[in-house]
Design a protein around this ligand. Sequence first.
Ligand SMILES: Cc1cc2nc3c(=O)[nH]c(=O)nc-3n(C[C@H](O)[C@H](O)[C@H](O)COP(=O)(O)OP(=O)(O)OC[C@H]3O[C@@H](n4cnc5c(N)ncnc54)[C@H](O)[C@@H]3O)c2cc1C
Length: 367
Amino acid sequence: MTDVLVAGGGPAGRALAGACARRGLSVTVVDPDPHRKWQNTYGLWADEVPHLPERAIAAAPAATKAFGAREHRLDRGYWVLDNTGLREWLAEPQVQVVSGKVASAEHGPRGSTAVLADGRRLAAAVYVNASGAPRGRTEQTAYGLVLPAEQAERLEPGAAGTAVFMDWRDGTQSFRYLLPLGDGTVLVEETSLAHRPGVPIAELAQRLHARLAAAGIRAAGRVERVRITLDVPLPVRGQAVPFGAAGGLVHPATGYSLATALQLAPPVAAALAGAFDAGPQAAARAARKALWPPEARAVHALRRHGLRALCGMSPAQSAQFFDLFFALPVPAQRAYTSGRADLAGTASAMANLFRAAPSGIRRKLLG
Ligand SMILES: Cc1cc2nc3c(=O)[nH]c(=O)nc-3n(C[C@H](O)[C@H](O)[C@H](O)COP(=O)(O)OP(=O)(O)OC[C@H]3O[C@@H](n4cnc5c(N)ncnc54)[C@H](O)[C@@H]3O)c2cc1C
């Protein structure tokens, strides 16, 4: 019997598995294809995980910009991750890796049993579900293409060295996200921030291809398809420890979760290890408590409110809203995007936005 069994070998599962192993617990990760490379292009705000080692960073663009109806230079670094380096950083040699798909989990006073699709049964004191988000009703979708930097420069001058977090200038229901990848290429993505149901990726692809064709660009590079569930329900009572996208760590109004999982893995592992001697149920309870203190639940509810407001905005209102957002001082922006348990900061950023907003947007913000 292993101390901790983690279902899911994505970044969240690996981060928590490694952190638990560093606390002296025996850990098993189960994933259907555990050695598959992570394909997603991950980005995060540099201040969210400042201790990230260099090998886990593929690019640290010199400038960060956002556009609502006008340009904002953001005094906040944005990093593109190197998935191989990230994985190496999170890895712990003691973690046992098993190929398999968890079909269900059974729980009792002496721990949990993961039942795999092929019938194998793996016993553990604590069972962590890090198997990714279930499909939801409200989604962020995007279609991206990797272009040589010269082509991206034709689309947006300066794109080779600038992270363009969002660009709403053309008045459509989606925005552009441009990210230099650190290897002479730039990811250009057409993104629907939040929609219920998600905007079909084919529609976003058509929009991006039309935009590129208008700039005389024939794209031939790698394609990235994004589908992120934004309305993952918060974990209900139970003995499993849901973590990562499976555990509701996705920010409902931005779609980001990776930085949060990386931040939370060490304290959740510490809580779990600290209560381990009191028994499996106490250890799972301690981990869940470390994940969802009341402040984080309250912030989550505010963010869900933000998600509903965003879903109701017209393209012009979205551009106006983000002009207001990016005019906020950086600490207020940070509180809203990254302050997962910062209830006062989140509420204050939202109140400041409300005060600055014209009446049409105020009505949307009131919901
Ligand atoms: C293209 C793309 C780009 C993205 N970019 C960003 C970004 O820039 N920043 C950000 O914060 N987020 C981004 N996201 C959101 C992203 O999903 C999460 O941040 C991140 O992948 C979540 O990590 P995770 O480990 O929780 O889940 P996942 O990465 O989904 O990993 C789940 C793992 O569980 C495994 N699994 C599934 N079912 C089972 C099962 N039954 N048993 C065992 N294992 C199972 C899967 O094979 C997978 O390996 C992006 C998503 C996509 C699709």
